[in-house]
Design a binder for this molecule. Structure first.
Ligand SMILES: Nc1ncnc2c1ncn2[C@@H]1O[C@H](COP(=O)(O)OP(=O)(O)OP(=O)(O)O)[C@@H](O)[C@H]1O
Ligand SMILES: [Mg+2]
Length: 347
């Protein structure tokens, strides 16, 4: 079946022109298919500057890739007809990191919900419009009578963020890209918001791309996880494999930095980069070589391809060159079908 959204060999470079800073490769050769049948949650994890927001903006069609294509039902987004483009804009919605910034303080929250519903002709009349908005609020656990009529500053941070989820849901999208939706809220609200993202997938058939720097929440709600490092996908696949048992040295480092609640399991020891890796040229070879405890000569030469290490995981690391089944071009092939998870139980 044709994927609703497909990134095909996308790279994005910033700068490098006349009077511009030196070129920076924010995303390299990225390919992924996003399916909605069945809908699932894909978590994109990586430290600051790894290219997550760049990827989100490219998938939303607001940032043109330097090379490669973004396809909507198999057709390049840049070449869609007016009607198809309008459908693309409705089908692929986003939720941003800081909801306060996205609000106009002079409008009540009703306004922000109504704009999308009107723009995409979701309701035929005022009464229907009200019903759509109330249903969307209820879907994310908010009471319409307590939410509507209020100004943004009269809501808590968690309520504001859930209004953003409701706003995205009200236009009946097929894909929602959520860029750090819980980074501005405290731990007690995090579970509620993550729960509402899961509701989108489970009850409303929306596929979610959940972007975060936090491996713990990625594991809590992601069916599949994609670990990014300096614009490349270091490791990707079933969340149940990638997080509990990482195989890429970078994912191992990330997992090692999560505080462990079980005192019998010590923190993983911070490993030192190998002697060879210290000579790494940042513009050549594996992007992780300078921090990698396993760096070999070959790692300084060329970025490793994605090796399919087992049925549900790929890793871009020469450690798996001999043992891997194949080189994978599109890691969605290793992704697993969604499982039922409860964020609130895991937090
Ligand atoms: N418009 C731009 N012009 C120049 N460089 C940019 C631009 N946008 C992003 N970058 C650079 O691209 C790299 C990736 O940035 P991006 O915002 O995608 O990272 P991120 O993973 O979302 O980070 P964070 O976790 O801090 O949000 C960074 O080095 C950033 O400085
Ligand atoms: Mg970002």
């Amino acid at each position: 079946m044709t994927a609703i959204l497909e990134a095909r060999n996308i790279s994005k470079q910033f700068g490098g022109g006349l009077f511009q800073p030196p070129p920076l490769q924010a995303l390299s050769q990225f390919s992924m298919r996003i399916e909605t049948d069945p809908p699932s949650i894909t978590a994109v994890v990586g430290e600051s500057g790894s290219g997550k927001t760049t990827l989100a903006q490219i998938l939303l069609g607001v940032l043109p890739p330097s090379t490669g294509d973004l396809l909507y039902y198999g057709n390049p987004v840049a070449e869609l007809s007016k009607n198809e483009h309008w459908r693309f804009l409705r089908d692929v919605q986003m939720i941003l990191q800081d909801p306060y910034e996205s609000y106009n303080p002079f409008y009540r929250v009703d306004h922000i919900l109504r704009v999308g519903v009107r723009r995409f002709g979701i309701a035929n009349n005022r009464a229907e419009e009200q019903k759509v908005i109330e249903e969307a609020l209820e879907a994310v656990g908010l009471r319409p009578e307590e939410t509507l009529g209020r100004y943004p500053h009269q809501l808590s941070g968690g309520q504001r963020q859930r209004v953003m989820v409701a706003r995205a849901l009200a236009v009946r999208p097929k894909v929602i890209i959520a860029d750090e939706p819980v980074s501005m809220v405290d731990a007690s609200l995090r579970a509620t918001i993550l729960d509402s993202l899961q509701t989108l997938t489970r009850d409303y058939g929306v596929s979610v791309i959940y972007i975060t720097h936090d491996l713990t929440t990625a594991y809590q709600i992601g069916d599949n996880v994609l670990v990014m490092y300096r614009g490349i996908v270091a490791e990707a696949g079933d969340a149940e494999l990638v997080v509990p048992d990482p195989i890429h040295p970078y994912t191992q480092l990330l997992v090692g930095s999560i505080p462990r609640p079980d005192p019998r399991k010590p923190w993983l020891e911070e490993q030192q980069p190998s002697e060879i890796g210290r000579n790494a040229d940042p513009n050549k070879g594996c992007k992780f070589a300078d921090r990698c405890p396993h760096a070999m000569e070959i790692c300084l030469e060329e970025q490793p391809p994605s090796y399919q290490v087992d049925a549900h995981r790929v890793a871009a690391c020469y450690l798996y060159r001999d043992s891997a089944q194949t080189e994978a071009t599109d890691f969605s092939d290793v992704f697993v079908e969604p499982k039922v998870k409860q964020a609130s139980e895991a937090v």
